[in-house]
Design a protein around this ligand. Structure first.
Ligand SMILES: *Cc1c(COP(=O)(O)O)cnc(C)c1O
Length: 356
């Protein structure tokens, strides 16, 4: 697509790039020099601007703060073999941002604004991308209401922005998770499929309770029966039972992860049987007891694949086999990594270079 939008760019006069090399790089704490900011008012997106990263002033009556019209995306840019930078499936993030926006009564972001703003921002801050194994630029597009007005109704003005963070290899210890059968993350007909801020705030308390019991995360279950697996923490979840890859089918209560989508496609291409369907806690525990549960892992942009070591259910902990190099999770992670690094063919056009 031609770059047709005029994006006003104000470059920083004092780069903070030395902050990046303050080790260890903690996820989401250090931000690149610039951000993209665009306001929506009077029914139209205004001129996009790239500015030095900094605070955004809001009215104390800002309706995102009071009523939660706030959504986000999470994606990454990876270094390419030729020294460039490429985005992973950015149009999928754009489409999902707009699905979240629709659910929250917010205006859609035009494709051109999203893609061109993203590419220009990432090009400008490309030096921030750590050229180390596992290095990437984590990208956080987000939109929030900006009306300063306490009436409960959709805001008339919004701000869309993109900030980025340098990240290095995201090492997760094998996870200890447990089934949550009292609190719910989301319900059928709710907004669980959307990346809206409130979903995460409401998940923190039950997650903290589990952390106090020594788990890292929860396996959320359905709101009506507390039986069927939904997701694990803020990742989709995959089980390998008897050589088959099994994952909960999408619904209005499950977030349609782009890593999930990619992993399922790669598994099918490897000839692995993939089942997207309901998975009950009873089935998972039954498979653990029978020794047929070979693997369980979370899938999401931050960690890509996070192997699960322990699953707690009704006060009992079940251990999974240790993740071996020939494990499906390892093979899928390696296949995805090779596509991202440009070391394997990219037949689906998942990698989108940001250009020079
Ligand atoms: C973002 C997110 C995921 C993972 O989505 P990806 O596109 O793979 O990063 C899964 N579940 C929830 C609740 C999420 O917010």
């Amino acid at each position: 697509m031609l770059d047709t939008l005029a994006i006003r760019t104000q470059r920083t006069t004092a780069s903070r790039i030395a902050e990046r090399d303050a080790t260890p790089l903690e996820f989401g704490k250090v931000f690149s020099d610039h951000m993209l900011v665009v306001d929506y008012r009077a029914g139209e997106w205004q001129e996009a601007q790239i500015l030095p990263f900094g605070d955004l002033p809001v009215s104390p009556a800002n309706s995102a703060l009071h009523y939660g019209q706030a959504i986000f995306e999470g994606m990454k840019a990876y270094p390419t073999a030729g020294g460039g930078v490429a985005l992973f499936r950015p149009l999928d993030n754009w489409a999902r941002l707009n699905a979240s926006a629709e659910r929250m009564c917010m205006p859609p972001v035009p494709e051109e604004l999203f893609m061109q703003g993203l590419k220009e921002l990432v090009r400008l801050d490309a030096p921030w991308l750590p050229r180390v194994p596992g290095g990437a630029l984590y990208i956080r597009p987000f939109m929030f209401a900006t009306d300063g007005m306490l009436g409960v109704r959709p805001s008339e003005s919004y701000r869309f922005a993109i900030i980025t963070c340098p990240v290095d290899v995201y090492y997760t210890k094998p996870l200890r998770v447990r089934f949550e059968q009292q609190y719910v993350r989301s319900a059928e007909g709710g907004a669980g499929f959307a990346k809206n801020a409130g979903n995460y705030g409401a998940a923190m308390y039950p997650t903290r309770l589990a952390q106090q019991e020594g788990y890292h995360q929860l396996i959320w279950t359905d709101a009506s029966e507390h039986q069927y697996v939904e997701e694990s923490g803020t990742m989709n979840i995959v089980f390998v039972i008897d050589g088959k890859l099994i994952t909960p089918a999408l619904s209005t209560s499950i977030l349609d992860g782009i890593t999930r989508r990619s992993v399922l496609q790669l598994a099918r291409e490897m000839g692995v049987a993939v089942e997207e369907r309901r998975v009950s806690s009873r089935e998972v525990i039954g498979a653990l007891e029978a020794g047929t549960l070979q693997e369980a892992f979370g899938v999401g942009t931050a960690a890509t694949i996070a192997p699960i070591a322990t699953i707690g259910h009704e006060g009992r902990d079940y251990e999974l086999p240790a993740s071996a190099p020939e494990a499906l999770s390892q093979r899928l992670g390696a296949a995805l990594g090779a596509i991202r690094a440009g070391q394997a063919p990219d037949p689906h056009g998942w990698m989108v270079p940001v250009g020079e």
